[in-house]
Design a protein around this ligand. Structure first.
Ligand code: ADP
Ligand code: MG
Length: 742
């Protein structure tokens, strides 16, 4: 048996089984071994039903039976009853006021039941216990896991992620079978022994044994630590490789005179914040080097990233292209007078890519205000048309032009700044001297895409990636491991700070009254709902969360009868979304009901109110980002975070967590809170970073992330092609696929 053998080479499986494994992405024996348990149950924690006593906290496994639902004749509240039986005895269960629960459950299913034992003497029962449905009992007294417990000191047994057709138990037994087949001897450990030793991590085979059959909780923990480290380590290797590839390539040197930059920024209708000034300084320093910049500009919505981007674009557009002999040397920038009149066409070029058409247009408009005094042409390319600034007739206005014309001017270098959507990276777009790429909100822009943009040019453009997505520092160090980071951790002065309040659903009237008066004053509002559609009404047990479509209808019918209301969600096409956003921007819509995926960054200064329904479902950082949409204008902005249930009393934790919103200084602080308060697995939107749950555990540990980073950099510095590390090299193909959508 070998670790790269197909599972089917060793086991006889039927079709549904094979399908189920495929769905989990498990093909080889190694895949199966790396399908790690999600958690462990401790057999000694489980009680037999026969042994339960009044007042005890019970956790029992068994089969449900005798389910009935009736209404109490006095209070008319629905009462459901049933029992759970485990072979030793049965105990009654009573659910008050949860008729949907009994409907979801059926007689005969396997469950885990946890709750306090009530009643007295022999008449004991469980009220409103937690019930977890199981595909099978993870243990039963006739089961071999239970029989084998003499080999386990702490009687821990693993619980695996299941899918229809493969149970947790099946995983357990199959893994044991493969262990017995000697597969562990064929597994090479990708992590160098020295690294393992240095950080006291178990070897791969030990870690596998410990994680699948821990004799002690510490063993499982230690094994998880190794796998967490391993995941981050691979990402760091991939990032270090990318970085090395970039660092050794050449770029256009952009030399600028600080005087000219100062003259440019002094024309802004505001003074730069210190953070903006520092970011510009960082970037200009990078520009002066021989190798391309790779920098991330991280800053909350409204922190002024566009002005920074414009300044860097200015620096590039006023820099001379290389002359024939000297690569990348700029002898002189604009003339000493600061005038650009002696600049010719054919200067270095900038591409600025935005995630949506509407954002591209907004950037184009901002750039026009920053550049209108200069003889620098700016192009806009989107799926629905192209523009150029300035127009021949009116030096203050842009003019529509054909795509062919625009592309011609970009290719011959007449247009030094090109703003656009993804259309920018189409094959047909060619630059003369593309020196700088600015990317707004697109964290997965890999080296390959960057190279592709530069087309045949052997030089790699500088890269400035911008994001408003607040993530914890450890995660940034990992997923942006190949980038240097500049932080805009300071908001422009004079911004009205947002008034954030936490509400329960019973207090909606108060919010609606406020919104009504705001609408009367000519303002607009967002309403954010957790869902697009109402859940299947037959599934009464589903969480009752507000949905965009139904909420929009309800608001129109019952609350804001005179307002113009429209919706926006992820299932709409980009064109539909754009059109709605435009209408909202033009104030043809008063209230926009939307899901949370609505594009970040769209600036609608007149929308000063945001209601977020089901607020406890969101991460704090995400809530912060959502409310960031209303801090753009000069009017007082408001955010109403509404919980989906009345959270008086027992859900005090929810309220406490949400209260952080009213206190935190910025999104990064909230992202750190999220990480500590919610647990890494739940951290909002973490899947998008390409990390598994176990990888996320590493993210909670700054030391582990730093160590993985240092070790990875060390390896790549000494052996960039990984010739001495074939197993790591092999892993890299998989990792890069995960990291980029290339
Ligand atoms: P984001 O970082 O979200 O992209 P923008 O660049 O769109 O932010 O800037 C938001 C608003 O703040 C814009 O209207 C911009 O003109 C303004 N702004 C940018 N920098 C400053 C500053 N230093 N002082 C005051 N206003 C600023
Ligand atoms: Mg922006």
């Amino acid at each position: 048996m070998h670790h790269f053998d197909l599972i089917t080479a060793h086991l006889r499986l039927d079709e549904p089984h094979i399908k189920a494994l495929k769905k989990l992405g498990l093909f080889t024996v190694a895949d199966l071994l790396l399908h790690l348990p999600q958690r462990y149950e401790n057999i000694s924690d489980i009680q037999s039903v026969g042994s339960l006593d009044k007042g005890q906290d019970a956790v029992v496994f068994g089969q449900l039976g005798g389910l009935t639902t009736r209404k109490s004749w006095k209070s008319k509240t629905p009462i459901s009853e049933g029992w759970v039986e485990d072979g030793t005895a049965r105990i009654k269960i009573i659910w008050f006021n949860q008729p949907y629960l009994a409907k979801m459950l059926t007689d005969g299913i396997y469950v885990k039941v946890a709750g306090k034992v009530a009643g007295s003497g022999k008449k004991i029962y469980l009220t409103n216990p937690e019930v977890e449905r199981l595909d099978s009992l993870p243990i039963d007294r006739h089961d071999s896991i239970f029989k084998n417990t003499e080999t386990l000191d702490e009687t821990l047994y693993p619980i695996y992620r299941e899918t229809k057709g493969v149970t947790s138990k099946w995983f357990y037994h199959t893994v044991q079978k493969f262990f017995a087949g000697g597969v562990l001897n064929t597994l090479p450990d990708p992590i160098p022994e020295a690294v393992l030793k240095r950080y006291n991590l178990p070897s791969l085979s030990t870690a596998l044994i410990w994680i699948h059959t821990p004799k002690k909780a510490e063993h499982a923990e230690s094994a998880r630590k190794r796998f967490a480290f391993e995941e981050v380590f691979y990402i760091q290797i991939a990032k270090a490789k990318e970085r090395a590839a970039i660092i050794t390539s050449s770029s256009y040197v952009v030399k600028t005179d600080p005087k000219h930059i100062k003259a440019f920024t002094e024309r802004f209708p505001f003074p730069l914040t210190n953070a903006q000034a520092k970011a510009i300084e960082d970037i200009l320093l990078d520009f002066g080097g021989k190798h391309p910049m790779s920098r991330l500009l991280e800053g909350d919505v409204g922190s002024g990233k566009t002005a920074v981007a414009a300044t860097t674009a200015y620096a590039v557009a006023t820099s001379r292209p290389p002359n024939k002999n000297k690569i990348g040397v700029t002898k002189d920038g604009p003339s000493a007078s600061g005038k650009l009149s002696d600049l010719e066409y054919g200067n270095l070029q900038v591409a600025y890519m935005a995630p949506t058409e509407i954002l591209a247009k907004q950037h184009f408009e901002s750039f026009i205000t920053y550049f209108k005094h200069l003889p620098i042409q700016i192009g806009l390319i989107t799926g629905s048309g192209c523009f150029k600034f300035p127009s021949k007739g009116d030096s203050e206005k842009p003019t529509p032009i054909s795509k062919a014309q625009l592309l011609k001017w970009v290719k011959n270098g007449e247009i030094p700044i090109l703003i656009g959507t993804h259309a920018l990276i189409y094959k047909s777009v060619e630059f003369k001297y593309l020196a700088h790429v600015i990317i707004d909100e697109q964290h997965r822009f890999g080296t390959g895409q960057r190279r592709a943009l530069a087309k045949k040019d052997e030089r790699m453009p500088h890269l400035l990636s911008m994001t408003a997505t607040p993530i914890p520092r450890t995660l940034a160090l990992t997923v942006y491991g190949d980038l240097d980071i500049s932080l805009l951790d300071e908001m422009p002065k004079g911004r009205k700070s947002i008034i954030t309040k936490i509400y329960a659903p019973s207090q909606m009237e108060e919010i609606y009254e406020h919104i009504k008066s705001e609408l009367k004053d000519g303002r607009q509002a967002y309403v954010i709902c957790p869902r697009i559609d109402e859940p299947d009404p037959s599934k009464e047990n589903a969480l009752q969360l507000k949905s965009v479509k139904q909420e929009a209808e309800r608001l129109k019918k019952l609350v804001f009868k005179d307002a113009s209301i429209d919706i926006l969600h992820s299932k709409m096409t980009p064109t539909e979304k754009d059109s709605v956003m435009r209408k909202f921007l033009n104030h043809d819509i008063d209230i926009l009901v939307a899901t949370s995926v609505v594009e970040v960054g769209v600036n609608v200064p007149n929308a000063t109110n945001i209601i977020i329904e089901g607020a406890e479902r969101f991460g704090l950082a995400q809530l912060h980002q959502l409310r960031g949409r209303v801090v753009r204008g000069t009017f007082q902005p408001y955010c109403f975070a509404v919980t989906s249930k009345d959270t008086s009393g027992k859900s005090g934790k929810t309220m406490e967590r949400l209260k952080a919103l009213t206190k935190a200084k910025n999104g990064f602080e909230l992202a750190e809170y999220d990480l500590t308060l919610r647990g890494s697995g739940e951290l909002y939107g973490m899947k998008q970073w390409g990390l598994t749950d176990i990888g996320m555990e590493a993210i909670k540990n700054i030391r582990m992330v730093k160590v993985a980073r240092e070790e990875a950099q060390e390896i790549i510095t000494n052996d960039p092609e990984l010739t001495k590390y074939p197993t790591i090299a092999e892993k890299m193909t998989k990792v890069s696929k995960n990291l980029h959508m290339e």
